[in-house]
Design a protein around this ligand. Structure first.
Ligand SMILES: C[S@@+](CC[C@H](N)C(=O)[O-])C[C@H]1O[C@@H](n2cnc3c(N)ncnc32)[C@H](O)[C@@H]1O
Length: 354
């Protein structure tokens, strides 16, 4: 009983606090689940760490998108909170095993190319510094590898600048903070796109692509449309995805970039998931991989998360992130903070002289 109450509180809090405003559908569904003893008992069939509303609601959404919960799908499409609440409980009770199986198997994802507004000028700057005409992109903690399309999206900045492909089906916008423009330089040719992750997502696999969509809340059609466009872009030129511990795999990835191209390793909000010891090992591996060539590492991580990248005196966990550029020149390391960003790349303050 005590455990059920705790779970009930988690669902009520999620509905009334986390989803409120952002998703009226999830607000109503989560509160309804919190008030249904049967629904809570069904959720308790999942292991404790897979019972969170974001996981269970994504699993239910996945079944709706797959055509296995048509009443729920219709309620979501009609934005009918009452109908969705009833259908979510019915689905949970009727196909508990399927909901639990999805919840156990799939980590919740939040893939977006919004990061590209930050990555594009940083990678172009890395190429300029190395006088490189071609780059090989290696994204560490890549999830679906959407960062690897950085040269194939269009970006408009609030100061009137634009970068990338203005005719791309993925168009991003980013607010510039402070007076300094981003470098106007185009990125050189991208000759390799390699993503490293413990569990990479292959967007050419229908089940995996549907799961990414399921993680978007059902009353956020703009986000869903953008994700669909991003996945279509990625599916047209699928990256090479390498499974495993990225720290161990990164030298192999670097070796796959031809000698006439500059390897640019990127990390976006990934290193915080690695233990501090593993972050230092990552840095050493980059140094090893750069033993015979120049290599660049572009990072967008919370303040103090990326080793060696200056924190500019900012407080840790202060809500924004530091954009780092580290150059390994035959193992010698020069690391600089070239910008700050907020909201995972929706706001950018460029700092570097270029
Ligand atoms: C928060 S996501 C960041 C994804 C993406 N870079 C972004 O900007 O949204 C972290 C990614 O790192 C991977 N990951 C987390 N811990 C890991 C570890 N110890 N080893 C390998 N990959 C890990 C996860 O699978 C996930 O795809």
């Amino acid at each position: 009983m005590g455990r059920a109450r705790t779970l009930a509180q988690v669902y009520r809090h999620f509905g009334e606090v986390d989803a409120a405003g952002a998703s009226p559908l999830y607000e109503r569904v989560a509160v309804a689940l919190s008030e249904s003893g049967e629904a809570l008992r069904a959720i308790e069939a999942a292991p404790a760490r897979r019972r969170h509303p974001t996981v269970i609601l994504a699993a239910l959404h996945d079944l709706a998108l797959a055509g296995r919960a048509p009443t729920l799908a219709a309620a979501y499409a009609a934005a009918d909170g009452e109908a969705a609440a009833g259908a979510a409980i019915d689905t949970l009770l009727q196909v508990t095993d399927s909901v639990v199986a999805i919840a156990v198997r799939r980590p919740v994802r939040a893939d977006e190319t919004g990061r590209c507004a930050v990555l594009y000028p940083a990678i172009a700057e890395a190429a300029r510094r190395a006088s490189a005409d071609a780059v090989g992109l290696i994204d560490v903690g890549c999830s679906a590898g959407l960062n690897l399309n950085v040269d194939r999206v269009g970006i408009r900045y609030s100061n009137g600048q634009s970068l990338g492909d203005p005719s791309s089906l993925v168009q991003l916008s980013c607010s510039i903070v402070g007076g300094r423009p981003v470098p106007a330089r185009a990125m050189p040719e991208v000759v390799a796109r390699i993503g490293l992750d413990r569990e990479p997502v292959d967007v050419t696999d229908a089940d995996e692509a549907r799961w990414l969509r399921a993680c978007v809340w059902p009353d956020q059609p703009e986000l869903a449309a953008r994700l669909d466009a991003e996945m279509a872009l990625a599916a047209a030129v699928p990256p090479l995805l390498l499974h495993g511990d990225p720290v161990e795999v990164v030298p192999d990835a670097v070796a796959r970039v031809s000698a006439d191209a500059l390897p640019v390793v990127t990390t976006t909000w990934a290193l915080s998931r690695f233990p501090p010891e593993s972050r230092l090992r990552f840095l050493r591996r980059l140094g090893d991989a750069a033993a015979g060539r120049v290599l660049m590492w572009v990072s967008a991580e919370g303040v103090g998360v990326a080793p060696e990248i200056p924190t500019l005196g900012d407080r840790h966990a202060s809500g924004h992130s530091i954009i780092g550029l580290a150059e390994f020149d035959r193992s010698a390391l020069r690391a600089e903070a070239i910008g700050r960003c907020w909201s995972r790349g929706r706001l950018l303050a460029w700092l570097a002289e270029s």
